[in-house]
Design a protein around this ligand. Structure first.
Ligand code: GRF
Length: 208
């Protein structure tokens, strides 16, 4: 028997504050359609792994350096083993191939720390995004949750939230404020929206 919640894997590589926001949302009952069933880290030293362990969520490391060409094969093996139906990229620093992405159509989402289509695409990750926003002089930035397709940061937008840029902002202060005011808010909300949609689709299939 399948669970009545969509099984979600969260892919991480670093600190995992977005993973924490998802765990907190689940605990608070704000993720009723989904269950964080697995955390996958591309980095064996990611603090995100400790957060998963503390929350009692199975965590595995799949490191490209260690497994080389087997990287995506290994990811698929782990995802299938845990019956994963949806993937949330939350600070995952490894690029996934079009072939991998096509296995999970409309089932992979990503959080990006700007208002797409600004400051996104190749090379736009981490502090680079905020450096570029400040260098351009925008007065408003923010975060976007979008579906993942074969174009980097190019999939359909699910949710966005704007954050005011301050005159004295540094890339670091802007990054922190965007995380706090936008990312940790819209990622759990978007995850719930997509999980709800997938549950509905699943029910539709069952009644055919
Ligand atoms: C976040 O800024 C997210 O938008 C970006 O990577 C960062 C991950 O931070 N994709 P954390 O690991 O969730 O703390």
């Amino acid at each position: 028997m399948r669970s009545d919640k969509v099984k979600i894997a969260v892919f991480v590589s670093g600190g995992g504050t977005n993973l924490q926001a998802l765990i907190d949302a689940q605990r608070a009952g704000r993720l009723p359609s989904g269950e964080i069933a697995l955390v996958v880290s591309s980095n064996p030293r990611a603090y995100a792994i400790d957060r998963a362990v503390d929350a009692g969520i199975p965590a595995v490391t799949v490191c490209r350096k260690e497994v080389g060409e087997q990287f995506e094969g290994e990811l698929i093996r782990v995802l299938e083993k845990h019956g994963i139906e949806m993937i949330v990229l939350a600070g995952f620093m490894s690029i996934l191939s079009a072939d991998f992405i096509s296995r999970y159509p409309q089932r992979i989402i990503n959080i990006h720390p700007s208002l797409i289509p600004s400051f996104c695409g190749k090379g736009m990750y981490g502090l680079h995004v905020h450096e570029a926003a400040l260098a351009y002089g925008v007065k408003v930035s923010g975060a976007t949750v979008h579906y993942v397709n074969e174009i980097p940061d190019g999939g359909k937008i699910i949710l966005q939230k704007a954050v005011r840029v301050r005159q004295d902002d540094t890339p670091e202060s802007l990054q922190k404020r965007i995380m706090k005011q936008a990312e940790w808010n819209i990622l759990p909300r978007a995850t719930q929206l997509v999980a709800k949609k997938l549950l509905k689709e699943r029910k539709g299939e069952q009644s055919l």
